[in-house]
Design a protein around this ligand. Structure first.
Ligand code: HXC
Ligand code: NAP
Length: 293
């Protein structure tokens, strides 16, 4: 067994219908593949229909599951309503919403136009709000219970981060929404949880966050105490658990999966890691010597 292995038992998601926004690429695609392998029907949505169709075909061939590609820009409430209707028409019901779609790029904030800032907030925060409202209202109206929403955030949702300020602002809002609705809508049989991934290489994120030689300049593995980046399957394992009935008592939680990355950045003296082992004898002597003076 290793962290690259598949974690849940066969058919763990059988009978469930799951919608994954941004499911045509990156982490959304990896989670979709595992949900299909576990027996769920999955609808994948984003702006680029051709990409979604290619992904759906590839994953259906690999898993023998049902994957439905639907074009939907989450920034527009009417498109989310139309997407939701297509899912209901095709599968008869939907049990899980995975808000994974995102927009992000690095930039000094003073270089951003108002529209650039809005674009990221609209995809991440407004998009999550649009999907959550459409799905949540439907579940309330139809009295369907045992449903859940899983939101993909980041660890800078609570620490904040320069150079990705629209994304940090929006993800913080998504985290607040997750925790708020976990309480308010539990009475309707809905659970709300979030995952905060550390670095998991994907083309979408790496092209926009580490363009050019920044990949070499800022080696992400060095920021992580476990000295590696994430494997897509380990994120898919966590997501599958959180959308499954095995996590029925987990509600309002954000689970960090980052090899300890954000805490390493947060601990005031974690930089002392750079001190060579042999220097510690000398430092200890200097500190002890002060005591007697
Ligand atoms: C400054 C920029 C810019 C840049 C775009 N803009 N790129 N400003 N620096 N690099 C400005 C544009 O000039 C425009 O403003 C506004 O932003 C909207 O740009 P469009 O290209 O028209 O927007 P759109 O086609 O909707 O594309 C949205 C996008 C794009 C966010 C800009 O990158 C995208 O499609 N992203 C989707 C996928 C993605 O981002 N994946 C990564 C997720 S990673 P003006 O004023 O000129 O009109 C992630 C990881 C987090 O979230 C944590 C990692 C550890
Ligand atoms: P990605 O492949 O670029 O995924 C983003 C997806 O969002 C794309 O499939 C994109 O598809 C879709 N999308 C963008 N704008 C949209 C819109 N307006 N409407 C609908 N869909 C839209 O990047 P990723 O790395 O897999 O990111 C997935 C999630 O993980 C994001 O929430 C991200 O913030 C989070 N995350 C990633 C990392 C990491 O290290 N990779 C770390 C922390 C958090 P279209 O372009 O076809 O619309």
């Amino acid at each position: 067994m290793s962290y690259k292995s598949k974690m849940l038992r066969d058919n763990a998601l059988k009978g469930k219908t799951i919608v994954v926004t941004g499911g045509g690429s990156g982490l959304g695609k990896a989670m979709t593949k595992y949900f299909l392998e576990l027996g769920a029907n999955v609808a994948i949505t984003s702006r680029n229909l051709e990409k979604l169709q290619n992904t759906a075909k590839e994953l259906e061939e690999e898993t023998s599951g049902n994957c439905l590609p639907i074009q939907c820009d989450v920034r527009h409430y009417n498109q989310v309503e139309a997407m939701h209707k297509i899912v209901i028409d095709k599968f008869g019901k939907v049990d899980v919403l995975l808000n994974n779609a995102a927009g992000n790029f690095i930039s000094p904030t003073e270089r951003l136009s108002a529209n650039a800032f809005d674009t990221v907030i609209d995809i991440v925060l407004k998009g999550t709000k649009n999907c959550t409202l459409v799905f949540g209202k439907y579940w309330i109206d139809t009295k369907q219970t045992n449903t859940n929403v899983l939101n993909i955030v980041t660890t800078y949702a609570w620490t904040g981060s320069g150079y990705v300020v629209p994304s940090a602002t929006a993800k913080a809002g998504v985290l607040a929404m997750t925790r708020s609705l976990a309480v308010e809508w539990a009475k309707y049989g809905m659970r709300f949880n979030a995952i905060a991934p550390g670095p998991f290489p994907t083309k979408g994120a790496w092209d926009r966050l580490l363009p050019g030689n920044l990949k070499d300049k800022f080696d992400m593995t060095k920021k992580v105490p476990l000295q590696r980046v994430g494997e897509h399957q380990e994120l898919a394992n966590l997501a599958a658990y959180l959308v499954s009935d095995f996590s029925a008592y987990v509600n309002g939680e954000v689970i960090t999966i980052d090899g300890g990355e954000w805490l390493k950045g947060a601990g005031e003296f974690n930089m002392l890691e750079d001190i060579p082992q042999e220097m510690w004898d000398q430092l200890e002597m200097m500190i002890r010597a002060k005591k007697s003076k």
